[in-house]
Design a protein around this ligand. Structure first.
Ligand code: DAH
Length: 345
């Protein structure tokens, strides 16, 4: 075959090879094989010197034509392959999918339970009020009838900020502040907020949340207190929940009681399928708050007549949230683990 014919056949050969080249790297290999410095075209051009002077111009011209057509073939295939890749990209893109949503915050379990409990009392006509987290000894202890040597004033529990200034250890001081501000009955308030104690382990946090309740009106009895708290417990945990009072002691109430609800895990039976219930430790009851009839000394400190009559209660919000949502570890509330927090969205 003459050199010219060999040149001519390069285009046909490349066309066949290109049909097989399905990827960009394969295409690049062909470009090098045909047009590279040691490629087929360069190999034929090297033979130019063997030709006679008459043959050379025609051969040179042919070589240029072939070079152009090879380049056109390679470029054409390159465009084809790129278009194919784009089509493949489009095929894996589903335009009907919803877009990515921005992060959305949600309320904390403590906030949810606080709002739920406050709403229960607002339905009963109570006001929601708040008080300061840094308190004086007077509001946190003295006006609540804590004797001067009462162990609750001990450094063990109380975080002192200064002389007779404390981080409040409970929400009860809001009772005194409210009565002093309102001057006379009736008073019906709940007061949610943070409280602080020198305590830290699996079941205690140095900061946690309480809700205080106070009702002062005429002819209030333990029955009213019991009915009110039973209404709250059933609103929170379901209508079948039982409520019991256990005698207890608080300086600011007389008589005082702790309130238990029938265990929401085992329905108060104490065991589940023959196994002792772990939530209530097989007792069938769960303690949920403290309460009592307000002590006359507290009325006196608060500017109310000693003959005033009413009741008070205080509950731990984390405790209620743990029971309500089945949370086993108090620390989860304060660690800000997104996996925990997102469950309440
Ligand atoms: N202040 C109490 C505490 O922190 C809770 C409490 C008990 C509040 C009885 C009350 C009450 O108002 O009557 O442990």
């Amino acid at each position: 075959m003459s050199l010219i014919n060999e040149l001519d056949s390069l285009g046909e050969k490349l066309k066949e090879s290109l049909a097989q080249a399905g990827t960009l790297p394969e295409l690049e290999e062909l470009r090098i094989a045909y047009m590279g410095r040691k490629g087929f075209l360069a190999g034929l051009m090297a033979k130019l010197k063997d030709l006679s002077a008459e043959e050379r111009p025609a051969f040179g011209q042919k070589a240029n034509e072939v070079k152009e057509s090879l380049t056109a073939l390679l470029d054409g295939r390159l465009r084809e392959l790129k278009a194919l890749h784009e089509d493949a990209g489009l095929a894996s893109f589903d335009p009907s999918l919803p877009g990515r949503l921005p992060w959305q915050g949600s309320l904390h379990a403590v906030t949810l339970v606080t709002r739920e409990i406050c709403a229960i009392y607002e339905r009963l006509g109570y006001d929601v009020v708040t008080g300061p987290e840094v308190e004086t000894d007077f509001y946190n202890f003295e006006a609540l009838n804590f004797p001067h040597d009462h162990p609750a004033r001990d450094m063990q529990d109380t975080l002192f900020v200064g002389d007779k200034i404390v981080m409040r250890t409970h929400t009860s001081p809001v009772e005194v502040r409210t009565m002093l501000a309102r001057k006379k009955p009736p008073v019906a308030i709940v007061s949610p907020g943070k409280v602080f104690r020198r305590d830290y382990d699996i079941t205690h946090s140095p900061m946690f949340h309480q809700i205080e309740g106070l009702l002062v009106d005429e002819n209030m009895s333990l029955c009213d207190l019991r009915g009110t708290l039973a209404y709250m417990c059933r609103s929170l945990f379901g209508q079948t929940v039982n409520v019991r009072f256990r005698p207890s002691f608080f300086p600011f109430t007389e008589p005082s009681a702790e309130v238990d609800i029938s265990c929401i895990m085992c329905n108060g039976i104490g065991h589940i399928k023959g196994e002792p219930c772990r939530v209530c430790k097989a007792t069938g009851w769960l303690e949920i708050l403290g309460c009592g009839m307000t002590d006359p000394n507290v009325f006196a400190y608060s500017g109310f007549s000693r003959e005033s009559n009413g009741f008070a209660f205080g509950l731990g919000v984390e405790r209620v949230a743990m029971l309500k949502y089945g949370i086993g570890d108090l620390r989860l509330f304060f660690e800000n683990d997104m996996r925990f927090l997102q469950q309440f969205a």
